[in-house]
Design a protein. Structure first.
Length: 76
């Protein structure tokens, strides 16, 4: 397993990290590992079936043809 050393970490940032680790009942090392793994994790792509109906509440009271005409009119 690799080792990571961080030099010149600002004291205020270290304190925030220490407090966060205590809140989450982790060591500072565990907290840093958790933060890095979340930050670098690649999200799973959604399938078309998972996207079905997404945003429908936004367009519920909108007539599609009228909306397209309005948008096209704004291009000039």
């Amino acid at each position: 397993m690799a080792t990571l050393n961080i030099k010149n970490l600002p004291d205020a940032l270290y304190e925030r990290l220490r407090n966060r680790a205590q809140t989450n009942h982790r060591s500072i090392t565990q907290e840093v590992t958790h933060i890095l793994s979340e930050a670098l994790e690649e999200p799973e792509p959604l399938s078309l079936l998972e996207l079905q109906g997404l945003g429908k509440e936004i367009w519920a009271d909108t007539d599609a043809a009228d909306h397209v005409e309005t948008e096209r009119g704004s291009w000039d």
